[in-house]
Design a binder for this molecule. Structure first.
Ligand SMILES: Cc1cc2nc3c(=O)[nH]c(=O)nc-3n(C[C@H](O)[C@H](O)[C@H](O)COP(=O)(O)O)c2cc1C
Length: 303
């Protein structure tokens, strides 16, 4: 049987498949949707320092091969997360990534230092790229702001840091380099693409927030290229995401240079898709004579 384990910042994941933030409630799963313990890691929905309600509805809109969302990070706030959700997440038998978003650098460092003190957390993911809020979240769209935010957290926290980048930039690989220079241990590539839809009967923007983030299979070729070009520029590990629905998609990302892959929107279509992706990767490796998933990471760059 091929070895499915991968390493990110010195932490071993039992396999390279995990949910993308905001799309998988690991502690509230219906009984027939598989166990989070079978996944390489789990990630919470991004939390903020203070409680906030999220965006006005409608918050989602179906698009061809994808969806727009403008959820807007509704959050119970750090205190509530630490006393309620975090202990339940930390008890699950897999690696835990805690996703946080600050609207200021002081908020990012406050969140990160408290989270780093909690038992059972393996990584902190800095969501530097939510496209759906009126408050400041576009850190990853400006190399200087991106560096400032990451290096401020880096100075305070020894836990592995994953920087979640935005695809809404001219060259994501440049942003990846800035994140690496600032001390990020790994990258999530990437968040959603900003877009919108118009309700032609109401003759208004379809989303309450006017714009939202596009995700799902519609963005896969775009996000895959973001991973491919980022891999050529940086040496830190990449968690690739964007439109992954089947094991074949995950293999594409691994060949493009991702060390692990995250599934977002497709969890809503098929709650068992991550389990199927793991067994599909296993079968692909076996059939093609690879003894470890690590052997195929970045292989598409050889040509
Ligand atoms: C409903 C929804 C909520 C999301 N919430 C978050 C979030 O809280 N934090 C975050 O970093 N990304 C969030 N994302 C972005 C995903 O984590 C992921 O980066 C993106 O959707 C691309 O993957 P996909 O095409 O497989 O959905 C959200 C995406 C969706 C669809």
């Amino acid at each position: 049987m091929p070895d499915l384990s991968v390493e990110i910042a010195g932490v071993t994941l039992k396999n390279p498949v995990l949910p993308a933030s905001g799309t998988y409630e690991a502690t509230r799963l219906p009984a027939d949707t598989g166990s989070p313990a079978g996944l390489g890691a789990i990630v919470n929905k991004t939390i903020t320092l203070r409680p906030q309600p999220g965006n006005p509805p409608p918050r989602t809109w179906e698009t061809p091969c994808g969806m727009l969302n403008s959820i807007g990070i509704p959050s119970a706030g750090l205190k509530e997360f630490i006393t309620d959700e975090l202990p339940r997440l930390a008890r699950l038998d897999t690696r835990l990534i805690v996703s946080i978003a600050g609207f200021t650098i002081a908020e990012f460092t406050a969140l990160a230092t408290r989270i780093a003190d909690q038992p059972g957390v393996n990584f902190i993911e800095l969501n530097l790229s939510c496209p759906n809020l009126k408050k400041h979240t576009a850190w990853a769209q400006d190399a200087v702001q991106l560096k400032n935010a990451i290096s401020a957290v880096r100075k305070k926290v020894a836990l592995p840091l994953i920087a979640k980048l935005s695809p809404n930039v001219t060259d994501i690989a440049e942003m990846a380099l800035a994140a690496q220079d600032a001390g990020a241990d790994a990258l999530s590539v990437a968040n959603t693409f900003r877009g919108m839809a118009i309700d032609i009967l109401a003759r208004t923007p379809a989303l309450g927030n006017i714009s939202g983030g596009l995700s799902g299979p519609a963005i896969r070729p775009l996000a895959l290229y973001a991973v491919y070009s980022t891999y050529r520029k940086v040496h830190i590990p990449i968690i690739g995401m964007g439109g992954i629905a089947r094991w074949q998609d995950a293999i594409e990302y691994l060949l493009a240079g991702a060390n692990a892959v995250a599934v977002g929107m497709y969890n809503f279509v098929d709650p068992l898709c991550m389990n199927n992706i793991i067994s599909g990767i296993d079968a692909y490796l076996d059939k093609n004579g690879f003894s470890s998933v690590k052997e195929i990471i970045g292989l598409a760059h050889r040509t």
